[in-house]
Design a protein around this ligand. Structure first.
Ligand code: HEM
Length: 453
């Protein structure tokens, strides 16, 4: 049976193509429609559960067309144990290829070989030795061997500096009871937790927990963002896209109603201030029901409140300032994260025509866009998700090292005839609304769509 097929309107796993836009040219290249997506897969653990069903490889890990038993390697994995624990029973090809620059992991992998996979991969993406991505990686390897892949001193100063400013402003706001200072502290918390995103892709480190101060769970974030969004941006398997539905529908589904297409311009701003609270409430609800595991880092926002209560004029004063900080953070975070990197209509969204060469690196570029104004400014890059195309190609490489890669990247764009260009912030801002309003999948090759701004 072919992959999810517009003619048959049924996927390999028997799920009906309920999304009408699958019936247009292009369509998804995945063999299966993600299990649980139709019921609204909103929890990261549930997404992994669905992926285990879709990948169907038993208790192993799949890399390309081979199955491995990494059980004895989980605790020894230099990147941290959670990556392998979470992905047991799934195809980790995209993650394995994009997380490692050196050739050491590939050599090590052979030790854990069990057998060949019986079925083709669910994912359509390829990693041919002579394809764009493998070639790109072989060109950047010597550069990164020289400059390293970890954070530079400047990056650490930025990250630790913003976190310190956040703590200081929160303490001042609590003592003075200033809502204005508290809202600035909230913006600083946004900047710190977005910068912490850089560290959440790397081997386990304490800076990745800064995101927990925002009432987001760093473990869940690694699933929704690193394991789901990064390998499969703007596709059905991108949980960051799925979790926004049906409130914000970023895929070009002809079934979108007028409210979803245009009303969202107003109602999204009503959701911004509360979405982190809703997220935290849902998390605790699932923990109480025994469906998700409690993690100590989830206590960080509560600990913040306890410290504030110790220095505030009253308990109510501490609670008030805590709410102002987190509401401001919730608004600012949503505004940045949603606009900046993927949702211009020029970027590929599931349902649009796919390129013929499904090299994973090329497809990453199709689904990602970069902003011009922030290039070269490390502070703005790391706090607003800049250098995003390179980050998607090399997610574990620290943002401070990405500028060394641009010359090779531009060279390869020329070689592969990729019309790469930087977009303005304004184009990206307006582009998000055009994407939300769009209910017609593109029939043009990604990257070559007409530009109407
Ligand atoms: C779900 C799949 C995997 C993910 C998400 C993952 C992720 C990572 C991360 C984030 C790092 C740290 C990178 C850094 O900060 O420089 C790392 C390092 C490493 N991983 Fe993995 N990994 C995966 C599977 C594997 C497998 C299957 C092996 C080998 C059997 C492996 C071997 C290594 C080695 C040797 C390193 C040390 C750095 C290097 O030599 O590249 N990993 N991994």
């Amino acid at each position: 049976m072919p992959p999810c097929d517009p003619e048959s309107k049924v996927c390999e796993n028997g799920v009906k193509n309920q999304q009408s836009f699958w019936n247009t040219p292009g369509t998804s290249g995945f063999r299966k429609y993600p299990t649980f997506r139709e019921q609204g897969v909103k929890s990261p653990d549930r997404w992994l559960e669905g992926k285990r069903i879709d990948d169907d490889i038993g208790p192993y890990w799949r890399v390309h067309d081979k199955l491995y038993d990494l059980s004895s390697f989980i605790e020894k994995h230099p990147g941290g144990r959670d990556w392998l624990l979470a992905t047991r029973g799934t195809d980790v090809t995209e993650l394995f290829e994009s997380s490692h620059i050196s050739l050491a992991p590939e050599a090590l992998l052979a030790k854990f070989y069990v057998k060949d996979a019986e079925k083709p991969r669910n994912s359509p993406f390829t990693f041919r030795e002579d394809g764009f991505y493998k070639k790109f990686k072989s060109k950047v390897r010597p550069i990164l061997q020289k400059v390293g892949t970890g954070p530079s001193r400047k990056m650490l100063m930025i990250m630790d500096g913003i976190t310190t400013v956040f703590i200081t402003l929160t303490l001042i706001a609590t003592i003075t009871q200033s809502a204005f200072i508290a809202s600035i502290a909230g913006i600083t918390l946004s900047l710190a937790s977005i910068a912490s995103h850089n560290f959440s892709h790397q081997r386990d480190n304490w800076r990745m927990y800064v995101i927990d101060l925002s009432m987001l769970c760093s473990y869940d974030w690694r699933i929704t963002h690193v394991l789901s969004h990064h390998p499969f941006p703007n596709t059905f398997y991108d949980l960051e896209v799925a979790r926004l539905e049906p409130v914000l529908v970023l895929l070009p589904d002809p079934g979108k109603n007028l409210m979803q297409r245009f009303g969202c311009r107003i109602y999204e701003y009503l959701i911004y201030p509360i979405h982190f609270y809703l997220n935290a409430l849902k998390k605790y609800y699932l923990i109480i029901r025994g469906e998700e595991q409690f993690r100590p880092e989830l206590l960080l926002p509560g600990l913040e409140l306890v410290v504030m209560a110790l220095i505030a004029p009253s308990i109510w004063g501490a609670i008030w300032i805590w709410f102002v900080v987190h509401t401001s953070n919730s608004c600012f975070w949503a505004a940045i994260a949603l606009v900046l990197s993927h949702h211009h209509p020029d970027a590929y969204h599931e349902g649009d025509r796919q390129r013929e060469d499904l090299d994973w690196g090329l497809c990453q570029l199709d689904a990602t866009r970069d902003r011009a104004e922030i290039v070269g400014n490390l502070f703005l890059v790391v706090t607003t998700l800049g250098d995003h195309s390179l980050h998607h190609l090399l997610p574990t490489v620290d943002h401070s090292k990405l500028p060394y890669i641009y010359p090779v990247f531009f060279e390869m764009c020329k070689e592969y005839n990729i019309p790469y260009r930087f977009y303005s912030q304004w184009e990206m801002f307006l582009g998000k609304y055009r994407t939300l309003a769009n209910n017609t999948p593109s029939t043009q090759l990604p990257g070559y769509k007409p530009h109407n701004d």
